[in-house]
Design a protein around this ligand. Structure first.
Ligand code: FMN
Ligand code: SF4
Length: 508
């Protein structure tokens, strides 16, 4: 018998370690022959700690399980949820990037290979750099960190650059509110990120990689470091990648924590040991990046998706999706919802289906008022926009963005003027200070929103003007996109920007 208890941070925060310890104790006391496997999470956070028991070839789920439930669980007195694959939230997914997450022991390379791991890298070792890049271009993969830039084109720029050293940098800063896909895959299936980075290295002619992550992710850091050691020991990394004669090695670096350090040039400064301020572009990091050398900077999910593209073929991947949004997206559902977690699906599912059916509506049971998609720089969408299919262009058409695909749901008790103020305040606090529209603009934005809150309606056109200046004049998307949440709140919820006296009357 095998008993799976996730070692993912979200599951641990909900008591998974205590459940695992109690299970070990009970198993020993009862003399049961059972192995406890610490797997990644299956992504259904409202069911964590989700314990799975595998017996006679059948793997059944139970959750949420507390330490106090362990005896009853072993007695068979707890009702099963059935197979994870049959739970509707899971059954409706298309798991390509997250296919193994939660299924395997994250630190078992054997488990990884048994479930299709390393097939992509094996294939890539026999391909030319051109062919590797063409495969990525053909897959239609676009950056999952926010900007949606075609990954193959970025890799090609690095491949074509002449330099004695090139780098692959994985952006694992994951600063967006309501997002956790990067952490989840690093903790739940770290070899897939390693494999993706190795393929990127082979394709671009880069021999060294870095995973830049945040100090708030100690578990992900530990798992990644251990997985890199294991991969190196097995010849997946090092001077002779899978016996190909090609070199690729990597390490993890931890940042001190600043939202702007997720911006690629700021990240590179931080990686070089400098203050995390944004660099002006050009030069592009692809030409002059880490230590002035050609550098691919890609998000965790972009890189972790590369192995399945090579294992199953670019056409297979590109078959999923909608328009220019090819493949799948691991959507992270958070905020005021009944069922929060990670939901990987082909692009194209309407936002309303995601929040009403998949997330099951609000946890409070009150009507949904707004959904913020794409982190703190993402727009607030109104229920009138729920028909919008989840896709880069489709969201752009709504003056919104999908970003890193974090969805945060708010019920009708949310005050959108306060949310707009929070967006400006966040920008003011996190601004790197390099350009005036953001450094000064965000502070003036907070003041202007306070004037609106005091009933000064003349401040509304001022806010609109200020947002225009921030969009047009900011050096990076922190200042440039903060107007998205602010203006969407104003556009869709004008009643929340009315003078206090009018709001009070309306409420009475
Ligand atoms: C303020 C700011 C914060 C960002 N934070 C992240 C982040 O945490 N993770 C990430 O992958 N990209 C982040 N980005 C986007 C990166 O600059 C860059 O576009 C991305 O790492 C490129 O990888 P991709 O093409 O795979 O998406 C941020 C951008 C800005 C402007
Ligand atoms: S927009 Fe803000 S964070 Fe970006 S460069 Fe300007 S000051 Fe720095």
């Amino acid at each position: 018998m095998k008993i799976y208890v996730p070692m993912d941070s979200a599951a641990k925060a909900l008591g998974a370690d205590e459940v695992a310890a109690k299970l070990a104790q009970e198993i020993a006391a009862r003399g049961i022959e059972a192995e406890i496997v610490r797997n990644g999470t299956r992504g259904m956070i409202w069911l964590e700690p989700l314990v799975e028991i595998e017996k006679d070839g059948e793997r059944l789920a139970y959750g949420p399980i507390s330490e106090g439930d362990v005896a009853a669980l072993l007695d068979g007195r707890i009702e099963t949820l059935g197979k994870v694959e049959d739970i509707p939230f899971f059954a409706r997914q298309t798991r390509l990037t997250f296919a193994r997450c939660g299924l395997t022991d994250p630190l078992s390379l054997r488990d990884y290979e048994t479930h299709g791991g390393l097939e992509g890298l094996k294939r890539a070792t026999g391909m030319s750099q051109d062919a590797i890049i063409d495969e990525v271009k053909l897959s239609g993969l676009r950056g999952r960190g926010g900007a949606g830039f075609p990954t193959g084109i970025k890799w090609d720029t690095v491949r074509l650059a002449h330099a004695p050293q090139k780098y692959i940098v994985c952006n694992a800063d994951e600063g967006d509110s309501g997002t956790f896909a990067d952490r989840m895959i690093m903790e739940g299936d770290p070899f897939t990120l390693i494999e993706g980075m190795a393929i990127a290295g082979l394709g671009c002619g880069a021999t060294k990689g870095y995973v830049y992550t945040r100090s708030e992710y100690p578990d992900a850091v530990a798992v990644m470091r251990r997985a890199i050691e294991i991969a190196r020991g097995a010849g997946v990394l090092g001077a002779n990648v899978l016996g190909s004669g090609k070199t690729f090695d990597m390490e993890v670096r931890v940042g001190a924590g600043a939202y702007v350090c997720g911006e690629e040039t700021s990240l590179l400064n931080s990686l070089e040991g400098k203050r995390g301020t944004v660099r002006a572009k050009p030069p592009l990091p692809a030409l002059e990046g880490f230590l002035g050398r050609p550098t691919v900077v890609n998000n965790v999910i972009s890189l972790a998706t590369v192995p399945v593209i090579f294992a199953k073929g670019a056409a297979h991947y590109a078959n999923f999706g909608l328009g220019r949004s090819k493949g799948t997206m691991p959507i992270q559902i958070a905020g005021n919802v009944k069922q929060g977690g990670l939901f990987e699906t082909a692009f194209g599912m309407p936002l309303g289906t995601l929040v009403n059916e998949i997330a099951g509506g609000t946890a409070t049971g009150r009507p949904i008022k707004a959904v913020q998609v794409g982190g703190p720089l993402g727009a607030y969408l109104h229920p009138d926009q729920f028909d919008t299919p989840f896709g880069y262009e489709e969201f752009d058409g709504q003056k919104a963005l999908i970003g890193h695909a974090g969805i945060v749901v708010f019920d009708d008790s949310a005050d959108m003027l306060s949310m707009a103020r929070f967006a400006m305040e966040f920008c003011a606090v996190e601004s790197c200070g390099k350009c005036t529209p953001c450094r000064i603009g965000a502070v003036r934005g907070v003041e202007t929103l306070d004037r609106i809150a005091e009933g000064d309606v003349n401040a509304i056109p001022l806010l609109t003007d200020l947002c225009e200046v921030m969009v047009d004049g900011s050096l990076c998307a922190l200042g440039g996109f903060t107007p998205y949440p602010v203006m969407s709140a104003l556009r869709h919820f004008p009643e929340d920007f009315a003078p206090k006296s009018a709001r009070k009357e309306a409420a009475e």
